[in-house]
Design a protein around this ligand. Structure first.
Ligand code: TXE
Length: 509
């Protein structure tokens, strides 16, 4: 499957996944990508990456450690010194656009890898892969228009600025949107002239490895390096490495704090995109049907494993019943299934750990006094080898309950009611996170007022919840992170600004 048509599979779940595994393994070598070569870990150790639908190994990949990270950083430094850092934005842009063209030619295969390794419905994986590529393309183009500034000054001086790359950058990504988040980071990092070492999540290393293999003979050797492995063994050495000038991390808030502390030792710049507990406020003036549709997408897409999932609904008490009935009906209409067959829109959670975490939270919610109206683990049928949780809705939730405060990261919506505008805003802001928010109302003034009053890096009004677009900044307030991705501004985060002051003598002629 090399075009962008979707090659659905047929047969039993064991048959479809065995066939897809064979197809994926025929695509590439899936070794660590260092200096544009596929390599084993220095130790020779490997670890398995699993298919979340059937709980079986797809293949094993190198278990990199500090030695491999060091080799990758050296390869990146050589690429940077060897010309990538100094070449013109035009040249970098052309190289990146050639890579994008090759990735687009193989978009169906990339999507299959993403689907199998991440447990994503094939159709979603294809949409996401194309979307991820839009970001690489955006940065390759926008860097061509990235002028510096001249500072107004007296006529005895000329002052201008240069934006210079950091050199080698370390990028650490999670498992929920492996290619998308990788390209959010690689786009600005490479366009700005840095060479990159990326460490994908241990649960989903395959799509980034395959994308890197497709950069062979397109990006200069060593410009892009991928080290596979676990957080402490392969992620931490990247954050601590003295030659890494910038770290961009997406993952759990607790890990983000560790990354920031490690970076502090070498005064390394960091961008952090961490967790969320994003509110979706449904005012009495909302189009309830539209709000239900948007909330269902915002919490159940990707089985709720999105940092910006709208995992708390705050709904006005006058429309709470109508809204809840609508959301429950929608949740029950979403049937978990085999990700490789046509029609499936709900896949499994990524791992046994995540399954346990999410189902534990549903239980915690019940113990705290919430009512589980629909959902819970899939307990029978042919999906029980995977880690499936049905779209779940909890009502009677108070904002101080753990299920309303902590990131569940699964398909679990919690619903709280409010009476007044001030109460809605107070509840919306009463969490330690501030990544995103949704607002539903047909009253334009109220919509803008709420968008201003909610503490969040992104607000979606009346639809398209949680789809950052190329050019639209994305990142968190409060403990949801530092810095912004997806926008032109991210180029700034991957450069250092230099002011050049030139003394001008009186003309001597
Ligand atoms: O995250 P980790 P996990 C949340 C979500 C989820 C929880 C745990 O709630 O249930 O985090 O997921 C690397 N130094 N999010 O354990 O550990 C790790 O190898 C450097 C929200 O997967 O943060 C992986 O590549 N790196 C999030 C990446 O960090 C380290 C998306 C993320 O893993 C490291 C994913 C260390 N000391 C989970 N330890 C979001 N914001 O979207 C781990 N890593």
């Amino acid at each position: 499957m090399t075009s962008d048509s979707i090659g659905y599979y047929t047969g039993s779940i064991e048959e479809t996944h065995a066939a897809a595994r064979e197809d994926v393994l025929a695509l590439g070598e899936f070794g660590a990508w260092i200096g544009s070569e596929s390599r084993s870990a220095d130790s020779g150790e490997e670890f398995a990456t699993l298919d979340p639908v059937v709980g079986e190994e797809i293949c094993s990949v190198p278990q990199c450690t500090a030695t491999d990270v060091d080799a990758a950083v050296k390869a990146a430094q050589e690429a940077f010194d060897g010309g990538w850092g100094a070449c013109s934005p035009q040249e970098r842009s052309n190289a990146m656009l050639s890579w994008v063209a090759t990735l687009r030619e193989n978009v169906g295969d990339l999507a299959l890898v993403e689907s199998l390794d991440g447990g994503k419905p094939l159709k979603h994986a294809l949409v996401e892969t194309k979307y991820a590529l839009d970001f690489l393309e955006y940065y390759a183009k926008v860097v061509q228009a990235d002028e510096g500034i001249t500072v107004p000054t007296d006529d005895d001086m000329h002052v201008y600025t240069r934006h210079e790359p950091h050199g080698v950058v370390g990028l650490i990504t999670p498992w929920n949107f492996p290619l998308t988040i990788s390209f959010w980071k690689l786009g600005p990092a490479l366009a700005a002239g840095n060479a990159a070492v990326i460490k994908p999540a241990e649960q989903t290393p395959l799509s980034m490895l395959y994308a890197a293999e497709l950069s062979k003979d397109i990006l200069p050797d060593g410009t892009l390096n991928v080290v596979t492995g676990f957080g402490e063994e392969a992620g931490a050495p990247l954050t601590e490495h003295a030659a890494v000038g910038k770290v961009s991390f997406t993952g759990e808030d607790v890990t983000g704090k560790t990354v920031m502390k490690a970076a502090a030792e070498t005064v390394t710049a960091v961008t952090l995109e961490l967790g969320g507990k994003s509110p979706y406020v449904v005012f009495p003036s909302a189009d309830v049907k539209k709000a239900v549709r948007d909330v269902a997408h915002g919490i159940f897409y990707n089985a709720g494993q999105s940092c910006d999932a709208c995992s708390r609904v705050l709904v006005h008490e006058d429309i709470a019943e109508e809204f809840t009935e609508g959301l429950v009906a929608r949740a029950e209409g979403l049937t978990p299934g085999d990700t490789l067959v046509e029609g499936t829109t709900v896949g499994p959670l990524i791992s046994a750990d995540q399954f346990e975490k999410v189902t534990d939270y549903v239980e915690i919610g019940r113990e705290e006094g919430a009512t589980c109206v629909t959902g819970g683990a899939v307990e029978d049928g042919d999906l029980t080898d995977g880690w499936y949780v049905r779209p779940t809705v909890l009502t009677d939730v108070d904002n101080d309950m753990r299920v309303a405060q902590e990131e569940i990261f699964g398909p679990v919506e919690v619903i709280t009611t409010f009476e007044t505008y001030d109460e809605a805003i107070e509840l919306a802001n009463d969490v330690e996170f501030g990544l995103a928010a949704g607002v539903a109302t047909e009253n334009t003034t109220l919509a803008h007022r709420a968008a201003a009053d909610i503490e969040a890096g992104s607000v979606w009004i009346n639809g398209n919840y949680a789809t950052p677009i190329p050019g639209g900044p994305f990142g968190g307030y409060k403990q949801s992170g530092i810095g912004r991705e997806c926008s032109r501004d991210a180029l700034r985060h991957f450069t250092q600004e230099k002011a050049v002051h030139v003394a001008l003598d009186e003309p001597s002629l």
